[in-house]
Design a binder for this molecule. Structure first.
Ligand code: B12
Ligand code: SF4
Ligand code: SF4
Length: 340
């Protein structure tokens, strides 16, 4: 009581929020605040969840990843192949960006059934695999549709989305290193965009693990490769099946991967299937296709797009796996060699 307003603000708030409040005419601040509220409301109406954080935190995201790199915590091949493209500069314009918007979009599993040797093999494609790029574009378009009429713009990012979502207050980490949003489990795709919408309510925080994980190791026990290790929280990503079954088709699986560990056409669901937070989403399968004995044989043989019947191409397009044809001989053969 009785303290000058400025001192109170300085004490309570993160410097970035303070900067926003102090450097902006009050009416602009109120406009941004109302606009953020409206944006979050529109996202909720669509079944999404979102958070807006200040651009001031970009350097912390960068340092988090680069710091771990300097400490030698990433396998070199994994880092080069999977994280080398991260970029903490604002890409594609919007030099006036003031915030980063991160959105969780609910995402189901899909299923491809293959007929081989008189048996059916129903293989899952995990959440996010179908329409990944389309979901990103549509969500960024949706943000633009809401913000453009208010005079704000959006631009794409190339950021580590889980870290961003957790630190922005939208999600929490599971022990399996996947992020969870209340009401969505881990069945979600993360999408982010830079915006010149000022951040008026920053919930930036240290990385959080779900409370539920404190007394649970179900994912760790279910992971056959030891990727979810006991020696540290950070995933041993080079041990994750997903890292290997998403590689180009001419790269064979390492010999230490037991064929019985494979459980998806691409990706892996062992640690999500074991997770009590995901139990109620496990039967959520949307897009499905079945491939005949002849189609399966062609895919196993490594047929290219122009060697496939139009109907097969349609099915593959529907499941968004037409560009992954080169992986099929490797990824499928492990199942057909296993006992059903
Ligand atoms: C590279 C990558 C992979 C790699 C590496 C995964 C990994 N865990 O890093 C591989 C190919 C293995 C992979 C697999 C999968 N992926 Co992927 N992948 C990515 C990508 C491109 C980058 C992820 C990344 O930033 N990794 C770098 C590490 C360092 O970041 P991090 O995992 O957040 O690690 C932080 C924590 O460990 C934390 N930390 C460290 N110590 C401690 C201690 C405590 C106590 C706490 C709380 C935190 C903490 O600090 C680290 C950051 O420095 C993102 C897309 C994107 N643009 O971000 C998708 C993304 C992460 N993938 C996604 C999915 C769906 C998957 C799979 C679930 C798919 C599947 N079912 O097959 C699996 C999950 C495997 C797993 N258990 O993590 C989704 C995740 C959605 C969600 N619900 O979280 C993303 C976000 C794509 C998207 N747009 O939605 N993926
Ligand atoms: S996705 Fe599979 S291999 Fe990767 S951490 Fe989870 S259970 Fe382990
Ligand atoms: S299985 Fe258990 S420890 Fe693993 S993410 Fe789910 S709640 Fe957390």
């Amino acid at each position: 009581m009785g303290q000058p307003k400025e001192t109170i603000r300085q004490k309570k708030s993160a410097k970035t929020l303070y900067d926003v409040v102090m450097n902006m005419p009050l009416e602009n601040y109120e406009k941004a605040k109302a606009c953020t509220r409206e944006l979050l409301h529109h996202l909720t109406e669509r079944g999404y969840k979102g958070a807006v954080t200040s651009m001031g935190h970009l350097s912390e995201l960068k340092e988090d990843i680069e710091g771990r790199f300097r400490q030698g915590l990433f396998d070199k091949e994994f880092f080069r192949e999977r994280l080398g493209w991260l970029d903490f500069r604002i890409l594609n314009g919007l030099p006036e960006a003031k915030s980063i918007i991160v959105v969780a979009v609910p995402s189901p599993q899909s299923q491809a059934t293959f007929n081989c040797n008189g048996q059916k093999w129903a293989l899952i494609l995990p959440p996010t695999y179908v329409a990944y790029n389309a979901t990103t574009k549509q969500t960024q378009g949706f943000l633009a549709q809401i913000l453009n009429p208010k005079g704000y713009d959006v631009a794409p990012t190339a950021l580590p989305l889980k870290l961003l979502a957790v630190r922005s207050g939208l999600a929490e980490y599971g022990r399996n290193n996947i992020t969870y949003v209340p009401g969505m489990g881990s069945f979600l795709q993360l999408v982010a965009a830079y915006s010149d919408l000022p951040c008026t309510e920053d919930r930036w925080r240290e990385p959080q693990m779900m409370q539920r994980c404190q007394n649970c190791q179900a994912c760790q026990k279910a992971c056959p490769t030891g990727a979810i290790a006991t020696d540290r929280f950070l995933l041993h990503a080079e041990r994750c099946i997903v890292f290997h079954n998403e590689k180009k088709g001419n790269v064979p699986f390492p010999t230490w991967i037991d064929p019985s560990w494979h459980n998806c056409l691409e990706g892996c669901m062992h640690c999500q299937r074991a997770c009590p937070e995901d139990a109620r989403f496990m039967h959520w399968i949307e897009e499905t296709e079945e491939f005949t004995q002849e189609e399966t044989a062609l895919l196993l043989d490594g047929a290219t797009q122009d060697q496939l019947p139009a109907e097969t191409v349609r099915k593959l397009e529907h499941l968004d796996i037409l560009n992954d044809l080169d992986r099929f001989p490797r990824n499928l053969s492990v199942f057909f060699k296993k006992p059903a």
